[in-house]
Design a protein around this ligand. Structure first.
Ligand SMILES: [Zn+2]
Length: 405
């Protein structure tokens, strides 16, 4: 089994390297924005969109032109990768997976990628990495890089620089541990497993909401772009990054534990995007219960359900298990005995079947029902050949959809 995995480290660049990286990120942003502006003008004039090869030719012209001589100082490959990213942004837009590509702003997503492993040297013994036009960069070494290096992305967040090293390695097909489990996602409990264990919600955003509000208010009182404004802005960004780090850490720990101890995980196929769609609605169709819903939206997005599912998917594949998505249907009102009734839920947290008297926490019942639906969905596959897990290896279709009969 081929395993693609990224390893991320903080960089410890010297002053010169920091300046260079900021300049390179700026050049990359410039190229992306220039190419996007060009495509937009061509579209307005009724011309066809330029392909990657055509854009690369233009890039050479830009690098050699007298107007932008500083573009020559930046490494070529990362600049070309921006054109590739633009191509992908367009493809995602046409496939309705994403919004129309937007111009990049300074300080947002400052990143660039070295795609050629031949240009990258990794010296693990001395915790350093060689990159064209930057030289040897020191890494804050937290763990070993496994596998062969495929490409490297540098990114900046809150004044710190990070490197993500994408690797590839061949592993033996792992044998899964443990049995099957169903998971019910909720607001009061982040995730409840059908065996009764549950994960309390972290609500990373909510915990920092007040501090964030104070910091943004302080920022709005400063004169824009003044030194004090920049300090206040840095403070806001630090809080945002703390929120993100806490959420990521929590999700990774939960998904690692679940995927290492189960061979099959069933989860409701919730469309987080639809669930959290603007509560206000459109002008023709104003939403109902706008306040309550926008609060729920914040909570749902804060918990990171979509990311939870994505991580479960690829980690299960790494461990030889698989994820099964079942359509959400009446799972909170159905008793394991089969009786469906709204009366089964006397309160939000409690479940009591009016038919057989079965009593349990409502979320656990939900998880049991998700597991049953998952079993039913996969009955066809258990007897037949089991498809190799797809996520985290090279894949053509969604690993989560593998049991869709
Ligand atoms: Zn019952």
């Amino acid at each position: 089994m081929q395993r693609l995995q990224a390893f991320k480290y903080e960089l410890m660049p010297d002053g010169g390297q920091q300046r260079q990286m900021r300049r390179f990120a700026g050049s990359c942003r410039f190229v992306f924005n220039k190419a996007l502006a060009l495509q937009k003008t061509r579209h307005a004039q009724g011309e066809k969109k330029l392909g990657y090869a055509g854009l690369c030719k233009l890039l050479t012209e830009w690098r050699n032109s007298a107007e932008t001589p500083w573009l020559k100082d930046a490494p070529t490959h990362p600049l070309q990768q921006m054109l590739k990213d633009l191509e992908r942004a367009y493809a995602n837009f046409f496939a309705k997976r994403a919004d129309f590509p937007r111009f990049k702003k300074k300080g947002q997503q400052d990143r660039f990628r070295y795609p050629d492993p031949k240009q990258i040297k990794l010296d693990q013994a001395n915790f350093r990495l060689f990159l064209p036009k930057l030289g040897w960069l020191r890494l804050r070494h937290s763990r070993d890089v496994l596998g062969t290096v495929k490409n490297v992305t540098l990114s900046q967040s809150c004044g710190k620089w990070f490197v993500s090293i994408q690797t590839e390695r061949e592993l033996e097909q792992p044998l899964p541990h443990g049995g099957a489990v169903g998971i019910d996602m909720g607001v009061a409990r982040f995730a409840t497993l059908s065996d009764g264990t549950f994960y309390a919600p972290l609500n990373s955003f909510k915990r920092h909401e007040a501090a964030l509000r104070r910091a943004s208010q302080a920022m709005s009182r400063k004169t824009k772009f003044s030194n004090n404004w920049k300090k206040a802005q840095a403070r806001v960004q630090r809080i945002h990054s703390r929120i993100g780090n806490a959420r990521r850490d929590y999700l990774h720990k939960a998904t690692t534990t679940i995927s290492q101890n189960h061979a099959m995980v069933c989860i409701e196929d919730l469309q987080v995007r639809n669930m959290s769609r603007s509560a206000a609605g459109s002008s023709e169709q104003p939403g109902k219960q706008v306040r309550a819903k926008s609060g729920l939206n914040k909570t749902i997005l804060d918990q990171g359900w979509a990311e939870f599912r994505r991580q479960l998917d690829y980690k299960l594949a790494w461990n030889g298990g698989h994820l099964i998505a079942v359509p959400p249907r009446n799972t909170s009102r159905t008793c394991p005995c089969g009786h469906v009734s709204a009366d089964n839920r006397p309160t939000q947290a409690r479940f009591r079947c009016v038919e057989c008297g079965f009593e349990e926490n409502a979320d656990v019942v939900g998880a049991i029902n998700v597991l049953r639906a998952g079993h039913a969905r996969c009955a066809c596959e258990v007897s037949g050949e089991v498809r190799p897990p797809a996520a985290g290896t090279r894949r053509s279709d969604s690993g989560a959809a593998q049991c869709r009969a």
